[in-house]
Design a protein around this ligand. Sequence first.
Ligand code: GPW
Length: 830
Amino acid sequence: PVQTNEAALNGNGVQKPEPRLNDPDTLARQIVEKLTYSIGKNPASARKYDWLRATTLAVRDRIIDHWFESADRFAEEGGKRVCYLSMEFLIGRMLRDAINNLGLTEPVREALARYGVELDMIELLEPDAALGNGGLGRLAACFMESMASTGVPGYGYGIRYVHGFFRQEIADGAQVELPENWLVHGNPWEFERRNASYEIGFGGKVSMIQEAGRPARQVWRPAERVLAVAYDTPMVGWRGRQVNTLRLWSAQALDPILLDAFNSGDHIGALVESNKAEAITRVLYPADSHQAGQELRLRQEYFFSSASLQDIIRRHLEENDNLSNLADKVAIQLNDTHPAVSVAELMRLLVDVHGFGWDEAWTITRATFSYTNHTLLPEALEHWPIHLFERLLPRQMQIIYAINAGIIREAAQEHGYDDGQVAAISLIDEGNGRRVRMGQLAFVGSHAVNGVSALHTDLMKQTVFRDLHELYPDRIQNKTNGVTPRRWLMEANPGLTGLITEAIGPGFLDDIEKIIEIDDLADDAAFRERFAAIKRQNKERLANVIGERMATSVDPSAIFDIQVKRIHEYKRQFLNIIEAIALYDQIRSHPERNWTPRVKIFAGKAAPSYVQAKEIIHLANDVGRVINADPAVRDLLKVVFIPNYNVSLAEIIMPAADLSEQISTAGLEASGTGNMKFALNGALTIGTLDGANVEMLEHVGEDNIFIFGLTASEVAQRRREAHSGRSIIDNEPMLREALDAISSGLFCPDSPSRFHSLVSNLYNNDWWMICADFKAYWDTQRTLDDLYTRQDEWQAKAVHNTARMGWFSSDRSIREYARDIWKAGPGQAG
Ligand code: GPW
């Protein structure tokens, strides 16, 4: 036997490696060691990408030390775990986040500099992990970071898509989608866990079996089975105090190759199974706030739900005698309805596999799950045709019928519901071809249901869940979204972070609400000037990006007026473009007036099948081409559409905005989170009373935010009155002229009718209240033009915005979830 030092042994009798040191010397040595022995490159001939990999591996070692510490600590304490089930995690790059949270940014920079390598250069070579569409997926990423930063033992569960969100190019003004390939060079952050793999079934039959001495039970015999294999990525919290795990599932065939087919010469046929299995996790569906409706999507949803639940159950049974105390040990959060089939799947696992009676299984299920709703848009609410559901998941369909029967019985017997009321709460929509309503399933299967802003939560109670809210009045609560200040302030805006640190000390880094201490400095001219100088630098950086990527020059002394988000009719990029055209008209008609120079910046992707959204992108590009080339407006107005919006581009854009556009039709944006990132970085907001804008107004104060337009209840009222745009357009010359300019083909002479349907929708219907809100929007923009000429006032408001946004940290959101919903994390009995 090998001689070992007793004191250096851990429980398994294995000598622990020395923890890694964080000084630049050690880092430099270890980076070169990785370069040499893990990558096989000589420092003299290594390319930048090799340095990135070597640096990542050296940093990863340090994360692993903390990861194991977190796991050991948790095993000792034995508290409650939080499992966050999400179809999307829109993470972006991970290196800067990891070294920032570990306090390694400067040591790593110095270590690399010894070899003449610039950290800022190699960081850019890391691909974005773009496993999400937009706000919902980015929220999941902020929540993972905040759980690790606030000490909540969080486990993210999702899908390891081979192809993340598509890359966008603009060709002749139109969006072109290109495949994304983040895994081509491998992924140094992930660990494949072959031992954590589970079988996932689809299709087949359910039969009743009767074994001697046991009650009869249902057995599902799936026709197809695939394997879910886990890949783990560590998620580092602030100051490395805790490292949590993101576990993503990849689909593989149980028999990767059918040998008898192969041997008999059918080489393609031998691979059919594995191609079909692997298709499940091949690509992220690119529709945001819109139900995809394809069978493959339902397969994805069930695949990752079942794998995650099997994993949670296995771990629970490793640490507990049985599953009856499951809800005391884990909280499972359903991120929208994408994982809602989990409710039926957990019932199946408890009843069919683990032998629980129905009632006890139902009690455990409801106590374990909670559900977050992120939209009220009817087109985004998931409902699956019964025939599809039944064919793919026959046992889960039976269970849904049984859950439904129980709910209906309760409503009728205990609350005296009539047929109409019963139809309203039913999990089955009998209206248009019978469908399973996933929102209702998630609601009844959870003990807590939350909206993502105060207004949205109120509207949930009045609209989609009105009837279920009446039946279960204590179930809905609000949890306003937040964003992580590490990525969205410290990493994205080191200049501002430095200034604030100088002014009030570093305390706000550990408790972001302390950022309020700069509030009084809004009155300090010297501070305002430094604040403005940092904004100016950030604008110059963005101007350089625009110059490089699009060969358009923009002047950093103009107002940077920015709308970046998914392209959607309800978000009203169209309103913003119309205002740009009206302004263009006015500048040309009144060149003598004192116009405030403005650069209107857009970025965002449209779902590939969303025709109107793609037309809006085309319009923004066409309008930009004409306005930017017109000497009559000189530098007074520019319109720029930056292609391929993603997390990394957002990190450059957020710190560079003067003005943040949050102009959704009131009542339709559940929360928004870009609104928070902009304001935290000192942009003023022009926005409607929608989503979290309402709470931003409360926090920054009405003098520091620019609210316009119809309220949610006014929008609802107009829609009931079948409002159309025609009479408004007839009475508003600026709006009419802008629309006439679009219709005339001024911006698209090659294809003058390109935007006719966009414009005629406004005349005939104006569903999104673009005409209704145009004048108020125009007037508010002119107020802002005027304000911008008084820089002292503008910058004071900007400082107030940064100072008062601390509450919108995702740390605050997570603490509220932990306290009110999960009963887990620091300060909870556990
Ligand atoms: F439709 N959100 C999103 F509710 O980004 F599922 N994608 C989606 O598919 C949905 C919602 C869904 C967004 C909301 O639109 C946004 O208002 C919110 O801030 C964000 O989710 C996070 O809650």
